[in-house]
Structure formats: C-alpha cells, structure tokens
Design a binder for this molecule. Structure first.
Ligand SMILES: NC(=O)c1ccc[n+]([C@@H]2O[C@H](COP(=O)([O-])OP(=O)(O)OC[C@H]3O[C@@H](n4cnc5c(N)ncnc54)[C@H](OP(=O)(O)O)[C@@H]3O)[C@@H](O)[C@H]2O)c1
Length: 511
C-alpha cells in the first residue's frame, strides 16, 4: 500500500515523555546476560534521546566481584551506538560517570544494609529496583530490600521506590500466588511492575489503536462476523545454550503464559472505559477470567504438544531437542504447543481462538490474524466458482511489523471474476525505521510510574489459572502424548488437524 508519513495524522504528539525526577536504577543480576544485552543499552538509548533527567544513576548489584571501573568497561563493550552513530568519547564520558557497581550476596542481610548506605551516599533518592536475576533470587532480593527498609511500602509521593520483576513470574498458579504474596508484603501493588517485554512492542500496543481508534473494525469484531482468530509466535532458534533452564520450564510456561496470553487479551478484550492503566488491566483480567479451562485430556480438549527432532533451518542441519546440551535424554518438556481456546463471553461465545508457539519452526514470526465469516452463499459464492476466500486481517507483530487485509476484487477482463488481493502496510515503510527496543519503552514507563504496559497481580494469576489447567494435562503423558516434528517445519501434523476439524487452515503454513 502506498503510504507516506504525510498521510498519517497523530492524535497525540506528546509521545516523547521525559522522566522529570532524578532517580537511581538498581539492577540486581547486573553481571548477567539481560543486563548486558538489553537493560543497560536501553538506559543508554534513553539517555541519548534526552528522555532521562540530568541527574540519574545506575547501580549494578551482583555477586561477581568488580570495581566501578570494571563494570563500566563491561558496559562500554555492550553499547553499539547512539541514534545509529558510534558512541562518541563525549557521549561515553557523560554516561560513564553515572554507572556504579556493588558486589553482594542476594540473601545476606548485611549486604543490604551496606547497599542502603551506598545509596544514601549522594545517589538520587528515588529508586527503581530491577530484578534481573534468575527467578530463584527474586524472593531473597525482595526480602533483603524490605529488611533494610528500602521499599517504602505505604509511603505515598516522593521519594519513591518501585520494583520491576522479570519473567518467569512463578511456575504455576500456586507459585505465582506465593511470589505475589512475598512481593506484596514488601511493596504496594502500585509500586510493582511485572514485565512482559511483548507489551513494550509498538505493534502489540497498536492492537489497541487499531481496534479502538477505527470505526470500521470494532463493529465486526465479534461472533457475528468473525469465524475464528489465530495467534502464532514462531521461533527458528532452539534453546541457545539455555537447555537446562528451558527444560525446567517448557514453551507453555516460557511463551504462552505471558506473551501469547497478553496478545490474546489485547486482541479480544472489551473496550476499556478509559486509557488508564487500571481500566485497561481490568478488561484484560475480565477476558482471562472468561477463558474456558482446558480439560486434562490433551487430544479431547484440543491441545497438541510436541518436541523438535533434528532437521534443517536456513539450509543448516540442526540437532533435535533431546540432543541439545543439558537436556535430559528422556525429557518430556514441550518445545511446541498449539491449542484451541474458548472465550465464554457475550462477544466471543463459540468463536475458536487457535494459539500456537514453538521453537525451531520454519520462520521467525509473530502474528495475530482475524478470519472473518464468508459472505452468504449467493451471488459470488455459488458454484461453479465456489466459496470465496474469506477476508483476513493479519497483524504482524514481528519481524516486518505491519498489517495486511485480504479482500476480494474483480479481476480485470471480460466477465465478472473475482480474486483475493492483499493490502499491506509496513511500519518500516511508513515510519522509516525499525521500532525501538521494547526494554526502552518499559524502563521509561516504570521510571515515569506508568504501569499500563505491566501485568497486575490478578492478571498474572488469572493467566496462570488457565495455563495450569493445560499443565495438569501434561502431567499425564498417556492422556497428552508428546509428538515429534522436524526442525524447520511448522510443528506436528496434528496441529494442522486441529484446525482442519473446523474447516480452517493455519494462515502461516508451508506454502
Ligand atoms: N537474557 C534474556 O534475554 C532474558 C529475556 C527475558 C527475560 N529474562 C529474565 O531475566 C532474568 C535474568 O536473565 P539473564 O539471562 O540475565 O540471567 P543470567 O545471566 O543467568 O543471570 C543474571 C545474573 O544473576 C546471577 N545469577 C546467576 N545464576 C544465579 C543463581 N542460580 N542464583 C542467583 N544468582 C544467579 C549472576 O550474577 P552473579 O553471579 O554475579 O551474582 C548472573 O550474572 C531471568 O529471570 C530471565 O528469565 C532474560
């Protein structure tokens, strides 16, 4: 679709919000992969764009002994550039003086007392704690902070304290409830920012705009006009050296409980009363609560689970899951899952939502596609031409972010023959650059105190309640067979059969 930036009008140009108050970002697990690849580069990018206050500081906390200088040298190695340009000596000079490091044990009370003194020694008083450790350390850190009186629970206004909690948020409903209990005994809910980096993606947020800022979609967004909806999060990568960690989780916990559930919420929830964080999250919780629990029998309740076998990705041979380092040879952990979800509410009763995610699939792509009902069996829908392809609205979340709409047009020439045409909108074409990394947006919002793009305690528990109903089926391997699929395919054939039974096909499939 030919679309230029001039054609796009903005209803709000105030997107470049700047954090007004000085603050200290305390990163637990600062020696780790997430801090190096995502967090500190995101802080640097925000600093480059002038979105952070003049007076901000980063204090890394981890067990690895390091001086401030050693920490700074590590950070320097992880930074690519600033606004597409290499980091200049002046930019680095301005940034580096804000970086500090503290070596401590996550479960040693004395280290938190020393941390408190360090924070009080000239660092900005507002504090954003980031739990970027493996999940086993979340509770010790929260207890340590509370024990040293650093959480400011019950204190309104400035100086503030907030906590960002990484995924995974528990392993099941009971685990999530226990973690919520620990966190909420140290912080108030308004101080807690549970991260799901999918919500930081522009295209995920665009689901709200697409649905509620356009008059043409919302009237059709219901059981009268929608035949079914598909959500796919497909990865080509395997476990990438995380074999042990992944094997203890599986893809249902790793991708569905958080990212796919969030996509489902935004694609299917009711219009919120306002755009406030609470109004949006209220609607998401309502949607999650209207999901019908899955039964314990996988096949009977429409759940397909699988594990990748050896295969070929991008012309390269790759090993099967059971041959990956640190994966037990008899592992029963799924790397693929597809299932049909039912939303038992007035808008969606009877409309199937097909969700699918997997590792080592044919293509890296995340997409939500809405498949509308076919036109009535008159005029163009009669033999000998047969049924017309239904309209499909596909929202590509990543990569190649954009939206496409498939509809019927008359084919040029004599007679009245129709054909399917795809109108395609690409973010990169329209806006000229790739959207910013999700962590930039999420860190900025947490520093601004805006929880809209973070999950609330009842939301995370409602998602776990539904996921736990599927996990219970997995515990019975007889009821829930582990299927195999070759790396580089779209998953086990049974996942295709899931839709075929309803007369549908996956929108993204082998061509
Ligand atoms: N990496 C990613 O791309 C990514 C993406 C999404 C979410 N996450 C989440 O972000 C968190 C951090 O991920 P990461 O990849 O940065 O993890 P990581 O590199 O394995 O761990 C971060 C740091 O935590 C400390 N640590 C490691 N193992 C520990 C253990 N068993 N107990 C206590 N501390 C330990 C280590 O620092 P010291 O030994 O120096 O203390 C390590 O440098 C995790 O909860 C992960 O699920 C990560």
């Amino acid at each position: 679709m030919a679309l230029t930036i001039e054609d796009i009008t903005f209803s709000d140009n105030s997107a470049r919000l700047r954090v007004p108050e000085a603050f200290t970002l305390v990163v637990f697990g600062a020696s780790g992969d997430l801090a190096r690849r995502k967090l500190i580069p995101a802080v640097f990018a925000l600093h480059c764009q002038g979105l952070l206050p003049e007076d901000f500081a980063v204090l890394g906390f981890a067990r690895t002994p390091m001086s401030d200088e050693e920490f700074r040298a590590r950070v320097r190695d992880s930074l690519d550039g600033c606004k597409g340009e290499p980091v200049s000596p002046e930019q680095w000079e301005r940034f580096t003086s804000r970086l500090h490091y503290f070596s401590g044990q996550y479960d040693r009370a004395a280290d938190y007392a020393t941390l408190r003194d360090r924070l009080a020694d000239g660092l900005p008083e507002n504090r954003l704690f980031y739990l970027a450790t493996p999940p086993e350390s979340f509770v010790p850190v929260v207890r340590g902070l509370a024990g040293a009186d650093l959480t400011r629970k019950g204190a309104a206004g400035a100086p503030w304290a907030r906590v960002i909690v990484e995924k995974p948020f528990g392993r099941d409903l009971a685990g999530a409830q226990a973690l919520n209990g620990e966190i909420l005994s140290a912080f108030d809910e308004r101080q807690v920012f549970r991260i799901d980096h999918y919500l930081g993606k522009e295209t995920v947020q665009n689901l709200l705009v697409l649905r509620f800022a356009n008059a043409i979609f919302e009237p059709l967004w219901n059981l009268k006009y929608v035949d079914h909806v598909q959500l796919t999060v497909a990865e080509t990568i395997g476990v990438e050296g995380r074999g042990g960690t992944f094997d203890r989780a599986g893809i249902l916990r790793d991708m569905v409980q958080n990212h796919l559930m969030q996509l489902l919420c935004l694609a299917a929830m009711e219009p919120p009363l306002t755009l406030s964080a609470e109004a949006i999250r209220d609607e998401k919780v309502r949607l999650l609560r209207s999901l019908r629990p899955q039964g314990p029998q996988c096949a009977a309740s429409g759940v397909v689970r699988g594990q990748y076998a050896a295969g070929t990705i991008d012309g390269r041979s790759v090993p099967g899951y059971l041959q990956e380092p640190n994966v037990p040879a008899d592992s029963q952990t799924e790397t693929f899952v597809a299932f049909q979800a039912h939303i038992d509410n007035w808008r969606w009763a009877g409309v199937p939502f097909y969700l699918r995610t997997g590792k080592r699939l044919a293509k890296k792509v995340t997409e939500v596609s809405v498949h509308f009902r076919p036109v009535p069996q008159v005029l163009f829908n009669l033999p000998p031409v047969g049924p017309q392809a239904p309209n499909v609205l596909a929202i590509r979340i990543q990569p190649d972010e954009g939206i496409s709409l498939a509809f019927q047009v008359k084919q040029p020439g004599p007679g009245l023959r129709s054909g399917t045409l795809k109108m395609d909108f690409s973010y990169a074409e329209a806006f000229g650059s790739a959207p910013p990394d999700a962590y930039q947006r999420l860190l900025l919002d947490a520093a601004l105190g805006d929880p809209t793009l973070f999950t609330r305690n009842d939301e995370v528990e409602a998602a776990w309640r539904f996921i736990t109903s599927i996990l219970e089926g997995f515990e019975s391997p007889l009821a829930c067979r582990m299927l195999s699929y070759p790396a580089g395919s779209w998953g086990p054939p049974e996942a295709d059969a899931l839709l075929r039974a309803d007369g549908a096909r996956w929108h993204l499939r082998e061509e």
